[in-house]
Ligand binder design. Sequence first.
Ligand code: FCB
Length: 474
Amino acid sequence: MTTQETHTQSPILVFPTDFAWGAATSAYQIEGAVSEDGRGASIWDTFVRQPGRVVNGENADVAIDHYHRYRDDVALMADLGLGAYRFSVSWPRIQPDGSGAVNVKGLDFYSRLVDELLAKGIDPWVTLYHWDLPQALEDAGGWPSRDTAQRFADYAAIVHDALGDRVRNWSTVNEPWCAAFLGYASGEHAPGRREPAKAMHAAHNLLRAHGLAVQAMRAQRQDTRIGGCVNLYAISPQTGSEADVDAARRIDGLQNRFFLDALLKGAYPEDVLQDLGPMADFVRDGDMDVISVPLDMLLINYYSRFTVSGVPGGAASAAAAPTDSGSPWVGSEHVSFVNAGRPVTAMGWEIDDSGLYEILLRLAREYPRVPLVISENGAAFDDVVTEAGAVLDHERLAYIEAHLRTCHAAIEAGVPLQGYFAWSLMDNFEWAWGYGKRFGLVHVDYGTQRRVPKESALWYSGTIRRGGLNGPAE
Ligand code: FCB
């Protein structure tokens, strides 16, 4: 046996045996079939039809047709050896108008999907909300309205009641930061409103929705594991100047601590409330107890680090929208985002796995101990299909490998990290960017819907089978 073979067969960086090795998707980005089997309209169905919202005017009416191809997609996951699959349920499939009667056909789809996954030995991880609010609820006020949170808890209970006998791992709202600030402050995402003060109410109600849903689900059964899901960034000031350090404090406050402190400590950070001034008018008695209901785990989506400056003049937003939009940074619009010179992905997002390490260690150090899961991590690159039909996406492979090494280092340092989900299983509809940005481990030909695992998928598959990473020689 050569040294190389030894490396291939015995991982050097071994992960815990019960580590969840997965990949993630979301309903609107992959399902298509937007008018089938009684599905109602979501805010994204409306948004994509408004001129100038999505690059090239693209929509997800068909997306990657997962609604019809889910069996093949699950077979593909099984071929890759995935241990877990994180997907989201489309609220307007379950309640077409966002409240009231259940659309049984919608629920049946997810029931069949869960059965298919279980039959192949893949653990289903359900996310209840990945941004596709029923349009009827937006018409009634959307997330800035307190009532939407209660509607969400009702919907969560319906899905949990139907699938809780087979699905153990649940999360409530995916990335409330994006849903609130991109949806209601910058307008980059559906419903495309630019009302900063309302965005703060949206953020608070998304957190209330989370807490109310957890309470409703716990009342039904205690054997499921429920988590909240946040998108966290490492944040650095560009220089040590007072202005830059204050800019970093503000962005860290709005992006990370606003959500983490509310969920895990039961209070919004004082400095953020002060920055918001009169806009900090959203908390009512009892809300923080609801929001900080104990969790079984915290799901973290990590992509990049922000370097910020207190001197205005840089790009308005690090995650700058492809289309005309405002700033998502309510109360901190003067902060600018600086390119720190690291390599970037096709999104222009700087690649920095040390940011993930920083976040994981910070969570373990500064917050009450809760099991952690990386629920999204990945990168878009401009993939090229070779004549032989392969996609040699070495940059994506390197991105995922580097972040997995970081995960391993964090576990070694004592962080209770229990799983990793690559974003995304397959190329799909990347919101305001349309189909131009490919995050998949699996390439999708949007003309034929043909799926071909990229080099990164094959590498990830080997990593899962080995239960760990090879040494640097790989
Ligand atoms: C996250 C979203 C996911 C996808 C990735 C790239 O913010 O949760 O749907 O768009 O970014």
